[in-house]
Design a protein around this ligand. Structure first.
Ligand SMILES: C[S@@+](CC[C@H](N)C(=O)[O-])C[C@H]1O[C@@H](n2cnc3c(N)ncnc32)[C@H](O)[C@@H]1O
Length: 269
């Protein structure tokens, strides 16, 4: 398929599930409550922000210590209320945050407007990833999809779109939940139904993705997996830790092949 054909194919919101949109619409007012429903996402920044920063800095030598990501363009897909978008902007990156839920973007816009520096560095838009392809082909040094892939329809198309908006050599960062019996018991039964750490109905186990499955989609689509690292949340302390065990949550870093190493994403769509 040539470039204009896949742009046409991907120009509608095919990765967006309307049920997920409703779930996140109902939660939008809670984004910036650090003790509220999104508390685990606030504290996940302790791990995911350095994970993204340090992997991006591996390839750059000349960085300003105060703004190490300055000069980099990052796309934060499924940015929600901007909990991760803002710290990336504070590290100096120009960040575009996109989310299909208008209520999320309204909250994110409002929150960044309190900080004039972030207000300039971050742009938010209500849209799906596929709707940004025309204007953003090979535009970004990094794409971040944190706690998002377990909510999308057609994961392969989502990954192909990530590839298309990345510059050759650019980095894709994903954090998500593994598809294991343990993630069903702890991630859904305990976290949602018993302890109420995560709002009921946030997750569907069938949509969880194992690192092996993710890798089997990334690699044939021109994204070479560099790192997969386990993460674990302690609901009593409210903190996350890195672990070798990926049976619950994990973070992945993949790199888009440079020109000539790969032609087009797998034409399986
Ligand atoms: C668990 S939240 C994560 C928010 C943010 N990435 C963070 O970690 O703070 C999942 C987000 O993905 C968004 N989302 C759901 N389906 C999506 C899709 N198909 N494409 C992009 N974002 C999506 C939701 O609206 C929601 O804001």
């Amino acid at each position: 398929m040539d470039r204009s054909s896949w742009k046409k194919l991907y120009s509608t919101s095919q990765t967006v599930d309307s049920k997920e949109v409703k779930t996140f619409q109902a939660l939008a007012h809670s984004w910036w409550d650090e003790q509220g429903k999104f508390a685990p996402l606030h504290s996940m920044n302790d791990l995911r922000v350095p994970f993204i920063r340090d992997n991006l800095l591996k390839t750059s030598t000349n960085h300003d210590p105060g703004k190490p990501l300055s000069g980099m363009k990052i796309l934060d897909v499924g940015c929600g209320g901007g909990l991760l978008t803002e710290p990336l902007g504070r590290l100096g990156a120009s960040v575009v945050g996109i989310d299909p839920v208008a209520e999320n973007i309204k909250i994110a816009q409002h929150h960044k407007s309190f900080d004039p520096v972030l207000d300039k560095r971050i742009q938010y838009r209500v849209c799906s990833l596929e709707e940004t392809l025309n204007e953003n082909a090979e535009c970004f040094d990094a794409v971040v999809a944190s706690e998002v892939v377990e909510h999308v329809n057609n994961l392969e198309m989502f990954i192909q779109c990530c590839y298309q908006v990345l510059k050759p050599g650019g980095s894709l960062f994903i954090t998500t939940v593994n598809k294991t019996q343990l993630s069903y018991v702890l991630g859904i039964v305990f976290s949602e139904q018993i302890a109420g750490i995560v709002p009921k109905g946030t997750h569907t186990w069938e949509k969880f993705v194992s690192p092996e499955k993710l890798e089997s989609i990334l690699e044939p689509n021109g994204l070479s997996v560099e790192t997969v690292a386990g993460m674990v949340y302690n609901p009593f302390s409210g903190y996350w830790h890195w672990t070798e065990n990926t049976s619950l949550n994990y973070a992945a870093h993949a790199v888009r092949a440079r020109a000539q190493e790969h032609l087009e994403p797998a034409e399986s769509a």
